[in-house]
Design a protein around this ligand. Sequence first.
Ligand code: MV4
Length: 510
Amino acid sequence: MFKKILIANRGEIAVRVIRACREMGIATVAVYSDVDRGALHVRKSDEAYPIGPAAAAESYLRMDKILDVAKRSGAEAIHPGYGFLSENAKFAQACADAGVKFIGPTPHSMKMMGSKTSARQQMEKAGVPFVPGTSRGLVSSEEGEEAAERLGYPVMLKAAAGGGGKGMRLVHSRQELHASFAAAQSEAQSSFGDSEVYIEKAIVNPRHIEMQVLADEHGNTVWLGERECSIQRRHQKVLEEAPSPMVDSDMRWRMGEVAVKVAQAASYTNAGTVEFLVDQQKKFYFLEMNTRLQVEHPVTELTTGLDLVHLQIRIAAGEKLPFTQSGVGIRGHAIECRIYAEDPDNNYFPSPGKITVLLQPSGPGIRRDSGMYEGWNVPMDYDPLLAKLIGYGSDRQQAIMRLERALYEYFVAGIKTNISLFQRILGDADFRAAKVDTGYLDRLIAKGNPAVVSSAPEREIEAMESIAAIAAGMFAVLDPAASVGKNGGAGGPGSTPSNWRQNGRSEALR
Ligand code: MV4
């Protein structure tokens, strides 16, 4: 087993990997940019090295600097987390060349999945169902028109090098195709430095469901169940759950077996995710494969009882999977909320700044993977994901109740967060009835925010209570003689709760 691992990432995922390493008796090396000197992953690691300015291109994306730290620290392996260099085949290759184990798949698998057209060609060979369309780049918009006639409108133009919705165009008619083709090509060129564009039949109001797979370096591949990821906005996932409420065990097995086939066709190793689009008839189509550990991996960990980061590390160290498919069981239900530093009253714009007060939820069925702490300054230079709050229960209903309860325990002051959005989602009748597709969140947000009327006073009361408690504490310190009662009168243990405080509690919070 490795003795020391470098984590080439920051925030909650770096903390997540550090935790796994600590549990396994592996020393950890953090890297950090100038604005992350005080970040949680730096505090929690055994060693930490500066790698440059805030801009990711000058720090977290600098392969040379990261490999230099690996050499200087004696780290034998690198965990890339998600984002940054995690799906960069050149980095995986550079690690191999430097004699450092990249904890993830081989550069070969990453490259194959990195190009959507090459992935589609491989999947076609392997007999995997994928969205009808072309599997090579279009040379002209005329070629696109021919393909679109064959497929039937609407169609989707996509960048071969894309993913996450960039360089993607929905085309409703022949008249639109020519201009959309040019636009998609130029967006693909400017975003990915590669203008290759291909065409797919558009699936209307699809669901986005993905299957977790794990493969060791001895030819064993298993699937670990699906995640429902339809609740997203602008291609940014917001809430994920496992299992998907619309997948039954027959569909799960079929999807699982297809996902294993995809992984095997790519000679895949380590943890990966096979994404599917699911149409209204519940037909599923291969979309792409993510060659990394994903943000939403905790919902799979909770429903399988497995630790994916431990398993990633053991696989990278050459160990065999310690179980086979029949040893994988799915139990209970888990839902994850991505807590972002963004302002619900300003179109969910990023809201960096200093966290002045932080009260965090816990209790039965709650897991929190967080990269924030009270007093920390959230930099504006990176993805604004602060933490993930995950609710687990024996069924979906219990997971929802626990998560909703925990969301009302969260108190973050100094910056804005999207916590109120989750309070709305979890209380929404369509969500509770599991009527979600990729258009769900836009519809909910467009409906306006009726919950503001009832929840804002609650939040304000909580804030007022905190301020009152702080003020009372300050008075007690400044002038102990003036404080009320034996115990200081600031609401401490044994003190009489004031009527003000009690009256301020809403029914729901009592
Ligand atoms: C599609 C599609 C409909 N039909 N492809 C968006 C992200 C990129 N990875 C693929 N995406 C889509 N591809 C066909 N042929 C609809 C989407 C899509 C979507 C997919 C997953 C999750 C959210 C989405 C939101 C809008 C569009």
